[in-house]
Write a new protein. Structure first.
Ligand code: NAD
Ligand code: USQ
Length: 401
């Protein structure tokens, strides 16, 4: 299969590109290196020493004998380049990772909100419009987020994308239907993913584009089978307050003796998946495309759920780290339950890696190994969801009620 990977230099895109290449697929990457440029803006680097793209690709050729092509351009801005590439190379599938993916970064300022909306929505719309204009039947697999659902529960497991509803008609009869699960975004970033869903719905309905939307949980871990083969292939590891995600941050904090930064009570429950399972899920999704005429196919790409404070305790038990309960910079529920269906990937052969198996390997193999590259001043989360005055007045109202 010819697979075009948009955002193939990123944390999920790079190991996916290598995994698919190792399986024998022809892989080409498109990336504008915006994530590396944001490292410069934030004055912080991946904990792991990621190499420049051409060094990565040369190392992969040396190790595997396989070539991966790289095209440097902006999917959200350079529509003609994207269309020409699709027409010339005729990919069978496109995996779309090319979005700004950090919720805290998307909430830093009006400029960051606007960038995230411009980038993410234009990237997704450009991919869809280009596939339609090319006239080719290309399966698009998009990396979405569990956060499109919000993190609540209505007393049932969150279904895979669609909610069965019963509506009472004017004459009292009952009609059953399936609708997209109601969107409930918690940040500007998550809001762009809920809007992506509508773009997919429309292009699928109007143009019969075959689309798989993968509602992924928080990815943890660093290395996959292929990125371990040579240090020049190492995957990125974000630990800073904007891009670092909770479990990888805790692992790194334990390795550098920094108290684990639990927001609020740590009662937030979230869904998780290991990076090795991410690449396997994408393989499975590409091997099981929707049939022509099918509606958008949605999979919940997660393997387990955990409460933030339980994750912190798990790491304390293994490493003796301390926990610091901090005021929550976000506007989110202090405590929530989360029950999620993930039957579709399990039925297609996913054999999940659990936290129990992988945690200590991450602490010792990655976080401790590269601890000297850490800048402790970049650990605090400084992006606030609301101005401090607004947050304080809201809190006062809650306290009074
Ligand atoms: P990342 O920032 O590491 O990778 C994204 C890549 O896309 C970067 O290399 C960036 O340079 C590129 N990119 C962004 N905008 C682009 C544009 N307009 N044109 C070309 N390239 C562009 O993020 P990631 O963690 O690999 O996430 C990839 C996707 O998976 C995102 O869409 C994200 O929403 C989704 N996702 C990630 C996680 C996670 O925990 N990391 C969880 C759920 C979903
Ligand atoms: N948290 C802490 N301490 C920290 C960092 C985070 O307590 O030091 C808490 C947050 O307040 C939040 C939870 O941990 O309640 C998760 O935060 P996160 O930064 O790990 O994850 P999130 O912002 O939701 O975003 C990440 C990815 C995003 C993806 C999403 C999947 O960056 O791309 O879409 O996970 S999901 O969470 O399922 O929506």
């Amino acid at each position: 299969m010819r697979v075009l990977i948009l955002g193939g230099d990123g944390f999920c895109g790079w190991p996916t590109s290598l995994h698919l290449s190792a399986l024998g697929h022809d892989v080409a990457i498109v990336d504008n290196l915006s994530r590396r440029k944001i490292d410069i803006e934030l004055e912080c680097e991946s904990l792991t020493p990621i190499r420049p793209m051409h060094e990565r690709l040369a190392a992969w050729k040396e190790v595997s004998g396989r070539e991966v092509a790289f095209h440097y351009f902006d999917v959200a801005k350079d529509y003609q380049r994207l269309l020409d590439l699709i027409k010339e190379w005729e990919p069978h599938a496109i995996v779309h990772f090319a979005e700004q993916r950090a919720a805290p970064y998307s909430m830093k300022s009006s400029a960051h909100k606007r960038y995230t909306v411009d980038n993410n929505l234009n990237a997704t719309n450009n991919v869809l419009a280009a596939v339609v204009e090319s006239g080719l039947d290309i399966h698009i697999a998009h990396l979405g987020t569990m956060g499109v659902y919000g993190y609540g529960t209505a007393g049932m497991k969150i279904p895979e994308g669609y909610l069965r509803v019963k509506v009472e008609t004017d004459d009292g009869a009952q009609v059953e239907n399936e609708i997209l699960y109601p969107a409930n975004p918690g940040s500007i970033y998550h809001m762009t993913k809920t809007q992506d869903q509508l773009l997919f719905f429309f292009y699928n309905k109007n143009d019969k584009v075959r689309i798989t939307d993968l509602h992924q949980g928080i990815v943890w871990g660093t290395q996959t089978k292929e990125t371990r083969l040579d240090e020049r292939l190492i995957n990125r590891f974000d630990y800073d307050g904007d891009y670092g995600t909770v479990l990888n941050r805790f692992l790194m904090q334990a390795a550098v003796d920094y108290p684990l930064t639990v927001h609020g009570t740590g009662g937030q429950t979230r869904a998780f998946i290991h990076i090795q399972d991410t690449v396997r899920c994408i393989q499975i999704a590409l091997e099981n495309p929707p049939k022509p005429g099918d509606r958008v196919q949605i999979f919940n790409q997660m393997t387990e759920t955990h409460r933030v404070r339980d994750l912190a305790q798990m790491i304390v038990d293994r490493t003796g780290a301390q926990i610091d309960y901090l005021p929550n910079p976000r506007n989110e529920a202090d405590e929530n339950d989360l029950h999620v269906r993930n039957d579709r990937f399990l039925a297609l052969g996913l054999d999940p890696i659990t936290l129990d198996e992988g945690l200590m390997e991450e602490v010792t193999g990655i976080a401790r190994r590269y601890a000297q590259r850490a800048d402790r001043s970049k650990i605090p989360c400084v992006s606030l969801w609301r101005a401090p005055a607004a947050a304080a007045s809201q809190q006062a109202k809650v306290n009074q009620s």
